[in-house]
Write a protein that binds this ligand. Sequence first.
Ligand code: AOF
Ligand code: ZN
Length: 405
Amino acid sequence: MSTPHSIATEGTPLHPNLIRAALDRAVRIALRGHGGAEPNPMVGCVLLDPHGEQISEGFHRQCGGPHAEVEALRAAGDRARGATAVVTLEPCNHRGRTGPCSEALLASGIACVIYAVADPNPLAQGGAARLRDAGVRVLHVPHAGAAELALPFLTRMRCARPWITAKWAQSIDGAVALANGESQWLSGTRSRKMVHRERGRVDAILTGIGTVLEDDPQLTARGVSRARIAQRIVYDPDARTPLDAKVMTKDREHDDRPTTILVHAANERDSATDARCTALAARGARLVELGQRGLIAPAMQFLAKDGVATVLVEGGGGLLGRLLQEHLLDEAWVFVAPLLVADDVARRAARGHAPEALAAIPRARLLAVRQRGSDALLHYRWTPLDRKPSDAGSTGRSMSPRESP
Ligand code: AOF
Ligand code: ZN
């Protein structure tokens, strides 16, 4: 039988409840790396003594910085000898920017390693086998929180695309703007502050050309501390972004990354569009071609290779409809403001042509409902926790080792 109970007691004297509690703790501290660790995974590690008392803990704070295990080992010093390391992700077995954690764990004299998620990175994986070969007890104990933590990383590794989250604010009756485009502000200040915080944690912020032309957004994180500066991306197949749009101007001296414009491939552009592309490139924009007309998936694959693990989508409706159609939408944060707009032609969050049967429309899972000031915040997810490479959608494929970080 492979219940967590029997798995855990087979190889370690620690009670399964202690192991679960240590994994819960490891997940909680790993989350402190949100915004810093990406495009690496968030990882947490807890060291336990033979009685199950916590010795130390560590998490992966910054991409390029020490891994979680190394932080926990450092904090433990000599006390690591004979201890159990509980990690949310299988320890790495490679020397990338840091590592390998397998060797660091061996050198410390750790007696047992418990990990929750196998590392899907072909370049880094193999730590469990390496440790086992060297005589360390190694246990794989699945844990939902740890699997959740690794989702963006797993998606990038298995499906070769970033984790894509959409957010929008709407009225009770589903309007995101009046017919004249007015949308500022539907949601309250607490909701908007949360959005700025998220903008400061994701690798990229994506919006459609309609939103750029209508709202002229900056797509920057303001009034919050930022873990990273997101790349700004406009889905703009015909290169209609105005040269003086706010997304084209830097608001921070240290932001040297150009705005990315997703445009039609050169052979699908007319000469006027070509000229606009040239002008945008001259103003510092980076143009990424969409490939086959309209498909966004190739551009998302390009971004994943470019080191983008998380994308926040901020409108508009056409872009959102397209992402849904291409099975690229992983999550949504929906802020519902306390208004009934009651208008036949008010704007909606997503546009497109729906299938003619409800059963054919993908159903999301409701993960959480919270209150933010006078708004309700609904958190939905379309992607299953245990997604396999074959679930990646028509364009999904696994990343080859050469493309991995
Ligand atoms: C671990 N512990 O805390 C993390 C791991 O470039 P590097 O050296 O930072 O290696 C990144 C890879 O290491 C990453 O793609 C993933 O496979 C693994 N991440 N492994 O043992 C950690 N963050
Ligand atoms: Zn490592």
